[in-house]
Write a protein that binds this ligand. Structure first.
Ligand code: GUN
Length: 291
C-alpha cells in the first residue's frame, strides 16, 4: 500500500487564507495593519529567493512588508542600529533577519538583539527557553509547520514514538521540543547516532532534517509510519538533460512512499508551510502587542 501524501501546498494555502481573515479583522475592527520587517545582509542567491517570496506572500495576506537589504560588508554596529530602530517601530510587529549572516557578523548577538516579542523566527534565547519549558513563546516556523501537519493528520500524537533526524537550532531541536510538548516519546538522532536505521525503524513519526539528499531509505521506515521530510536539496538530474537539476528531500521518496502511512513530498510538503507559519506568527505577535 502506498502512503497518503500530505499536501503542504494546499495546507499552507488554507493557513494563509486564515491569516488573511485575521488581518482583515485587525484592520477593520482595530485599525491596525500587521507589519513584517525582513532584513537581508548580502546577496546570497538562495536567501534572495526566500526573502522575495516572503515579501510577496506578506503583501498577499494584506500585511505591510518592510524589506531591508544591506551590503555584504555591513558592520555589526549598523545592523544592530537597524534592528533597534525596528524594535521601536510600532508599525513593525515581526522582525526576521535572514540567515546565514556573513561570517564577520555574530549571529547569536544579532538574533538576541531582536525584541523577543517581535522575534517571529522564535530564535531569540528567551523564546527558546519559553518553548523548552512549555510556556507561551514564538515558535520557529518550520517545526511549527511540521507539527501542524502531524496534528492535522493524526489528531493527537500523544504517546507516539517520534524520531527527529538532525539537531540544528532552527529545526531539529525545536521540533523535538514541540513533539515532546505534545506528549510524544522523542529521540533526536544525528550524525554520531549508532545504528540509525534501527532507531528510525522504531518510530511512528520520522522527521528528517539533516540536509543530506535522499539519506533515509524506505527499509528504515516502519510500516505505516508518518514521514515528514524537511530537506530541500538540489541535485543533478542528467535524466532531464545536460546541466539540469531537481529538488529532493532528505528521504528517498520513491522507496519511503511504499512503506509509510503518510509522507510529505518535496517540493510541496514542509516548504510552503514555513512561510505560512511566518505570516501566522506575525499576526500572533501583532495581536499580543495590541492586547
Ligand atoms: N534561513 C534558512 N531558514 C531560515 C529561517 O527559518 N529563518 C531565518 N531567519 N533564516 C533562515
Amino acid at each position: 500500500m502506498t502512503a497518503t501524501v500530505i499536501d503542504g501546498k494546499e495546507f499552507a494555502a488554507r493557513v494563509r487564507a486564515k491569516v488573511a481573515g485575521h488581518v482583515t479583522r485587525l484592520k477593520d475592527e482595530n485599525g491596525i495593519t500587521p507589519g513584517l520587517a525582513v532584513v537581508l545582509v548580502g546577496e546570497d542567491p538562495a536567501s534572495q529567493v526566500y526573502v522575495r517570496s516572503k515579501g510577496k506572500m506578506t503583501v498577499e495576506v494584506g500585511m505591510n512588508s518592510f524589506e531591508h537589504k544591506l551590503e555584504v560588508n555591513t558592520s555589526e554596529e549598523d545592523l544592530l542600529a537597524l534592528i533597534e530602530k525596528l524594535n521601536n517601530d510600532p508599525a513593525v510587529h515581526g522582525i526576521l533577519c535572514q540567515l546565514p549572516l556573513p561570517k564577520h557578523l555574530d549571529e547569536d548577538l544579532i538574533i538576541n538583539s531582536i525584541s523577543p516579542a517581535k522575534d517571529v523566527d522564535g530564535f531569540h534565547i528567551s523564546n527558546v527557553g519559553l518553548l523548552g519549558t512549555g510556556q507561551k513563546s514564538m515558535v520557529p516556523c518550520t517545526p511549527l509547520g511540521c507539527l501542524m501537519m502531524l496534528r492535522d493528520h493524526h489528531g493527537s500524537i500523544s504517546g507516539m514514538n517520534a524520531v527527529v533526524i538532525g539537531r540544528s537550532n532552527i529545526v531539529g531541536k525545536p521540533m523535538a521540543q514541540l513533539l515532546l510538548n505534545d506528549s510524544a516519546t522523542v529521540t533526536i538522532a544525528h550524525s554520531r547516532t549508532k545504528d540509525l536505521a534501527d532507531v528510525v525503524r522504531a518510530a511512528d513519526i520520522v522527521v528528517a532534517a539533516v540536509g543530506r539528499p535522499e539519506m533515509v531509505p524506505g527499509d528504515w521506515i516502519k510500516q505505516g509510519a508518518t514521514v515528514i521530510d524537511v530537506g530541500i536539496n538540489r541535485i543533478d538530474a542528467p535524466e532531464k538533460g545536460e546541466g539540469k537539476t531537481r529538488l529532493v528531500g532528505d528521504v528517498d521518496y520513491a522507496s519511503c512512499v511504499e512503506v509509510a502511512g503518510a509522507i510529505t513530498p518535496v517540493p510541496g510538503g514542509v516548504g510552503p508551510m514555513t512561510i505560512a507559519c511566518l505570516l501566522a506568527n506575525t499576526v500572533t505577535a501583532c495581536c499580543r502587542a495590541n492586547g
